[in-house]
Design a protein around this ligand. Structure first.
Ligand code: ADP
Length: 495
């Protein structure tokens, strides 16, 4: 099968979070299964160029209509971990992708609308006819709309779209102008059954466009699929998702078992696996030295997270302070986009600065993240909502016991040591439900109690987590089934 993946992110060249890991992991797995896969990304000035092999300009002067004019784009080609990757570089006076960031700009909607149109223009002008375009999140919501409204009659009539929702917190809400800009018939599309936002008659919802126009829609865990259809986690799109429920399901993400493997990870000083678990403690020593923590017989509680309201910032703060109170060491690696949240954690950093059992590192640091996974005993993930969450899966792979709020993908992957109805060998962490400091503290008490008083059981929990198969093998098979299904059966006008 020939699959094109369109996304704002792909690890490790352009990663801001789990979306980047998703595209990279799935693309590699599909490729290894013998399929032709191409990833199309904007050519950000902040791409990690050293991770691209053989990058060169391969296509010049691609004319991409945009509003009543258009922009010329260059296409660069290279390989990222063997994945065929294309990078779109528009000559736009706004310097759309030369901002030093992947997303989070005030004109993101314009940036990614141009990108969406350029993806289709490139496929069309270069004579490509993929079986499936796999689109991701609101940034690419217009791709299926443009395909079926404009490019189908121009020859892209055998291509189908699978659209994956990674986070309903960002839907690409914008004004009607964007449809004119993309070359679409705004009055016809601004209806309740197409792109009009369910909550606001004057707002265009790009994610809704992706849902309505795609041949199949997935999200990143079965629990989140239920939550966004049935609870306010759908953030206004519940009804749309229910209406399109016949072509919607949750597929639990995997993690790249080659990248995240404590036996082969060259970013950690001491390799270890289930048979050599004591070597994990040596990484803990290295982390303590690096972060200036004292050497002591204490459990290490860690948080590795974007610092965003979604991640439960008050509970993260509470876990750090409560953990210290209960005799643990605590480490946070967190990156905040919102200056208020950055300030919130700077205050906490000052409060805990003198404490030899605590270190807060504010920023994004891939190497340090690996070392923390290798060193930690407990990983706290108290999310308000969590579509899938990769952190808990990575943690388990590194023998870290996750302590999570039971929402979305966290509930699908972490099974409570005391309360799960699964057999003991399938229990792998701690789960709490209420979004309160008391609920978090009670779960933390249980986890720390086990670490201090029953180390042999704690070790078994680590091993249970390490034995879980959260690789991409199964989800990639499920995606291939979906691609096969839409390729063969779905009529080409979806809505
Ligand atoms: P999200 O996509 O919502 O950020 P996920 O749990 O799906 O959350 O994925 C988070 C990914 O980003 C994991 O690979 C995690 O290790 C990584 N990560 C998060 N914050 C940081 C950080 N500050 N530095 C390095 N890696 C981080």
């Amino acid at each position: 099968m020939y699959i094109v993946m369109a996304s704002a992110e792909c690890a490790p060249v352009a990663k801001a979070g789990g979306l980047g890991d998703f595209v990279h992991g799935l693309a590699r797995e599909l490729m290894q299964a013998g399929h032709r896969v191409e990833v199309l990304l904007p050519k950000y000035d902040c791409l990690r160029l050293e991770a691209i092999e053989g990058l060169e300009k391969d296509y010049s002067d691609l004319w991409v209509p945009f509003y009543d004019k258009g922009y010329l784009c260059d296409l660069y080609h290279g390989r990222v971990d063997g994945i065929d990757s294309w990078f779109i570089d528009p000559h736009s006076p706004q310097e759309f992708f030369n901002r030093g960031v992947i997303h989070g700009e005030p004109d993101d909607v314009d940036r990614f609308t141009l990108y969406a149109r350029a993806v289709l223009e490139f496929l069309h002008q270069s004579g490509r006819h993929p079986d499936v375009i796999h689109c991701n999140d609101w940034h690419t919501g217009l791709v299926p709309v443009l395909l079926y409204e404009i490019y189908q009659v121009q020859g892209l009539d055998q291509t189908r779209v699978c659209y994956t929702l990674h986070n309903l917190g960002h839907q690409g809400w914008t004004g009607e102008y964007i449809l004119h800009q993309a070359g679409l018939d705004a009055p016809r599309l601004m209806t309740q059954d197409r792109l009009r936002d369910p909550g606001n008659p004057h707002t265009v919802n790009l994610m809704k466009g992706g849902i309505v126009y795609s041949n199949y829609v997935t999200t990143v865990s079965p629990r989140y699929a239920w939550e966004i259809q049935s609870t306010e986690q759908g953030m206004g799109l519940q009804e749309t998702l229910r209406r399109h429920g016949h072509k919607f399901c949750g597929v639990l993400n995997g993690i790249d078992f080659d990248v995240w493997n404590p036996l082969t990870d060259n970013r950690i000083p001491y390799a270890y696996g289930p048979e050599s678990l004591p070597d994990k403690a040596r990484n803990k020593q290295v982390l303590r030295q690096r972060l200036g923590l004292v050497e002591a017989s204490k459990p290490l509680i860690a948080v590795v997270s974007r610092l965003d309201a979604q991640k439960g910032v008050e509970l993260i703060r509470h876990a750090i302070l409560y953990g210290l109170e209960r005799g643990a060491q605590t480490v946070l690696l967190g990156s905040a986009q919102d200056p208020m949240l950055e300030a919130y954690f700077r205050v906490l950093q000052r409060e805990t600065d003198a404490n030899p059992d605590c270190h807060l590192e504010l920023g994004y640091d891939e190497d340090l993240a690996h070392l923390i996974y290798a060193a930690a005993d407990i990983m706290v993930i108290p999310s308000v909502y969590e579509p899938c969450g990769l952190t808990q899966m990575i943690a388990m792979r590194y023998g870290v016991v996750p302590l999570v709020r039971g929402v979305g993908g966290l509930a699908d992957t972490v099974f409570d040591a005391n309360h799960s109805d699964k057999p003991f060998e399938a229990r792998n962490g701690y789960v709490f439900d209420e979004l309160t400091t008391e609920a978090l503290a009670s779960a933390l008490d249980r986890a720390l109690g086990l670490w201090f008083d029953y180390p042999e059981y704690f070790r078994q929990l680590r091993l249970n987590g390490m034995a879980m198969d959260n690789s991409w093998a199964r989800p990639a098979r499920l995606y291939l089934d979906i691609f096969e299904k839409i390729r063969v059966k779905t009529p080409n006008i979806p809505s």
